[in-house]
Design a protein around this ligand. Structure first.
Ligand code: GLN
Length: 294
């Protein structure tokens, strides 16, 4: 039998021994998940005993974390832009730096007359689309992804955030050939005021150098950007102009050092007002452009 404090200390030690930098935080999150106890209760009950069933469950969660499974996948959720979203191994866990894209898309849509529309290419968990719709009550959007398992997560997240009535999701490989959204037979198929995308942008040769949480547990499909990491951008360029309104705005996430290459691609495809924005770490993380330049 162990106390809550003891369980936390054990967890911290096990995770630290597995080289996990966030051992203290992770053990607390996992203990809360296993016992259903809140942060305050965890402090108040520090010296009381954890019942055996949740204690055993906690140990299995620690076992998974020791193997470097991400906390978000273990507990099945992650916070993004103030929303709690569902996460599985079929999607990238939404990252804090991607919140920048929500800011830029909301800025682009704000002030537009009437109902605005957006498209999320490679929507994954639906994080971008759902967070933008949550902020823009008169907007509606389409999220596409090649993965049916990802689309199931995205639909669940739209429902969870209360935006399911304004979000549609459809299976579509936007990297292959012409993009005929009309053929999807969904209520919103463009043209769109805003197109957002967080495409796979990691160089293939860098994939195995990613932290184990990402390399071992997150979908390669959502990470592998080819030899120079830019394959998905090159493939998506021809579609952006055709699915955007004449004054439509494109908001793309980029990897480290990809800002000028992606900005050049957008300019080559005739987009104007190309701008890049840094994330909180100071890394150029987002490129925006307007079709009005075309
Ligand atoms: N930011 C992710 C990572 O490096 C990559 C996401 C992507 O390829 N779009 O962990």
């Amino acid at each position: 039998m162990t106390t809550y404090q003891g369980a936390l200390a054990d967890g911290r030690q096990r995770l630290a021994a597995a080289d996990i930098a966030s051992a203290a935080l992770d053990s607390r999150i996992l203990l809360k998940a296993a016992t259903g106890v809140s942060d305050t209760d965890l402090i108040a009950r520090g010296d009381s005993l954890v019942p055996e069933a949740p204690a055993a469950h906690y140990r299995t969660l620690l076992d998974r974390r020791v193997k470097r499974e991400p906390v978000a996948q273990i507990i099945g959720e992650r916070e993004f832009y103030g929303l709690i979203l569902s996460v599985t191994g079929a999607v990238l866990s939404p990252r804090p730096e991607s919140e920048l894209l929500v800011d830029r898309a909301v800025a682009a849509l704000t002030g537009r007359a009437g109902s605005t529309s957006l498209c999320d290419l490679g929507t994954g968990s639906g994080a971008l689309l759902v967070a933008i719709l949550d902020r823009m009550p008169s907007a509606q959007g389409l999220g596409v992804d090649i993965s049916a398992d990802a689309l199931a997560v995205a639909r669940a997240n739209a429902k969870r955030a209360g935006v399911a009535g304004r979000a549609v999701f459809a299976g579509c490989d936007f990297c292959a050939g012409p993009l005929d959204l009309g053929a999807l037979a969904v209520p919103y198929c463009g043209p769109f005021d805003c197109i957002v995308a967080n495409p796979p942008y990691v160089r293939t040769s860098d994939l195995d150098r990613l932290e184990p949480e990402v390399a071992l547990f997150e979908p390669r499909l959502a990470l592998d950007g080819g030899v120079d990491g830019l394959d998905a951008y090159r493939r998506v360029m021809p579609h952006l102009g055709t699915i955007a309104k004449s004054d439509g705005v494109v908001v793309l996430e980029i990897g480290v050092g990809q800002d000028s290459a992606v900005a050049d691609l957008l300019a080559d495809w005739g987009f104007g007002d190309v701008e890049t924005y840094p994330d909180l770490a100071g890394i150029a993380r987002c490129v925006t452009a307007c079709k009005c330049g075309r």
